[in-house]
Design a protein around this ligand. Structure first.
Ligand code: MG
Length: 398
């Protein structure tokens, strides 16, 4: 099978969408916009590898956002330079899809149509027919400054342009690797280019049109951002799941609660650090995606988890939720014991859980209760914890 590489151009400095940082790194549906495209491409059976071209100033942030499964390349001054830098890093690829990070809603059928089209042609682009009436502005004399001042309009209407045979061109744009590299080599120095497909055409290669997708619309302005958020919100459902855990007190051990070491003469017994609070939250998160329980993922019989920090278990569960496309909205933890008093440690535990899950402190609640001296917790033999996790996730219907 031929190697098909994806190249995402994310080197722009665009803040027209009203974002503080370049829009491709601004959060959209709980994750940076560029990650939507990265995940769609990584999930495609037609794509071998994904490279993201970023501005030098964003390289570090991009590495943190995108993780190790993606190659990062530093772009150039113009979009064309950034694409070329990416292509040079893809030596050995036979096909390449060049995508714009500002089009986050990339679907599997579009990827498949583009890749298949390269069996016959050197290039392929996704297009949509033009539905609106197209018109030119009126000739210049009607649009003179003086005429505008008296009318208060921006431009006057000119002739209608026939829209039959007119298409809007989207990305990704797919090319045989030699064709796009050749097109860049031949492109006149200093001449601007907004579209890779036109460069490939100019170099003499045929470029096919395949059906695009209205969802692939470019996110440019603040209004586009709001619409994209609404689209994601509409496709997501809330899920809640609960977790429960108990550990026995023992004299002399360490007492870890919510990732915090609580001073005292008693600790909780267990194979790991026995952090009953983090275990309950871990099980709640695993429950939201039906991924079993903590004992399945970290069996007590496995010596590598002896004395392990339970923060690792929780990070693992959060990673599984993220991989399933889930966004953690809220964690509510209840610690059940007579002693120690949780109140003095509540803020530290909230902050600790929030830090492990990369949430705001306001997304974590920590409560405590006794059992009125009844039962094993009432007798001080052990401690229990309950947690409820609330996430949003895209329902696939499967
Ligand atoms: Mg446990």
């Amino acid at each position: 099978m031929e190697r098909t590489s994806a190249l995402i151009v994310a080197a722009g400095l665009g803040t027209r969408a009203g974002t503080q940082i370049p829009k491709q790194f601004a959060p959209l549906g709980g994750k940076p916009m560029v990650r939507h495209s990265v995940e769609a491409l990584l999930a495609s059976p037609h794509i071998s590898d994904v490279t993201v071209v970023v501005g030098a100033a964003q390289a570090q942030a991009a590495r943190a956002i995108l993780g190790d499964g993606v190659q990062l390349v530093t772009g150039g001054a113009e979009r064309k330079d950034s694409v070329l830098a990416g292509l040079q890093a893809l030596a050995g690829a036979q096909r390449v899809l060049v995508h714009d990070a500002a089009r986050p809603f990339l679907t599997a059928p579009v990827i498949e149509r583009l890749v298949k089209a390269l069996d016959k042609d050197a290039g392929a682009v996704p297009v949509l027919p033009v539905a609106d009436t197209l018109a030119r502005a009126a000739p210049a004399d009607l649009n003179s400054t003086a005429a505008m001042l008296t009318r208060g309009a921006e431009h006057m209407l000119g002739d209608t342009v026939q829209r039959e045979g007119m298409y809007r061109v989207q990305t990704p744009q797919a090319f045989r690797y030699e064709a796009i590299v050749e097109a860049h080599r031949r492109w006149p120095e200093g001449q601007g280019a907004t579209d890779d497909a036109q460069m490939v055409r100019a170099a003499g290669f045929p470029v096919a049109m395949v059906a695009g997708d209205p969802a692939l619309e470019k996110v440019t302005y603040a209004g586009d951002f709001a619409a994209a958020e609404a689209r994601i919100a509409a496709s997501m459902r809330v899920r809640t799941a609960q977790g429960f855990d108990v550990h026995r007190f023992e004299m002399g051990g360490e007492l870890w609660l919510g990732g915090i070491l609580i001073p005292g003469d008693r600790g909780l017994a267990g194979h790991s650090d026995a952090d009953v609070g983090l275990h309950a939250i871990t099980d709640a998160l695993l429950g939201t995606i039906g991924a079993g329980d903590i004992g399945m993922h970290f069996p007590p019989s496995d010596p590598q988890w002896r004395g392990a920090r339970s923060a690792r278990f929780l990070e693992h569960a959060a990673g599984l939720v993220a991989a399933a496309g889930g966004i953690i909205d809220f964690i509510d933890l209840t610690l059940i014991c007579e002693a120690p008093k949780i109140g003095p440690h509540r803020d530290a535990i909230r902050a600790s859980v929030a830090a492990i899950l990369r949430l705001a402190v306001s997304q974590v609640s920590v409560k405590a209760t006794t059992t009125e001296r009844l039962g094993f917790t009432g007798r001080g033999e052990g401690m229990a914890a309950q947690a409820v996790a609330t996430i949003r996730i895209r329902e696939t219907g499967r």
